[in-house]
Design a protein around this ligand. Structure first.
Ligand SMILES: [Zn+2]
Ligand SMILES: [Zn+2]
Length: 99
């Protein structure tokens, strides 16, 4: 007899990088960069852990206090005011209490 050579030709498979179906999309914390499981605090278009929802200056938790965004950073009221620059042409003298 004579050997029969068989060839199996595979059709090219095009892989499209997509999110795995079933894998839950976890929002990433804006402060620490880790995925947030459980309670998510949303501020503007960013997500944070409840424990990461703090003032960038004094680490005061702002969940109950209310928050302020200055140049993409989260601040408590006192530090937001300290960072906000008065509009041009407008001069003001402001005294801030020590935190
Ligand atoms: Zn975090
Ligand atoms: Zn602060």
């Amino acid at each position: 007899g004579r050997p029969v050579g068989t060839r199996s030709v595979k059709a090219p498979v095009t892989k499209i990088p997509t999110a795995m179906p079933g894998a839950q999309k976890v929002p990433l914390c804006d402060k620490c960069g880790n995925g947030i499981l459980g309670t998510v605090v949303k501020a503007r278009d960013k997500y944070r852990h409840p424990e990461c929802f703090v003032c960038s200056d004094c680490n005061l938790n702002l969940k109950q206090k209310g928050y302020f965004f200055v140049e993409g950073q989260l601040y408590c009221e006192a530090h937001a005011r300290a960072r906000m620059r008065p509009p041009e042409g407008y001069e003001t003298v402001t005294v801030y209490p020590k935190c």
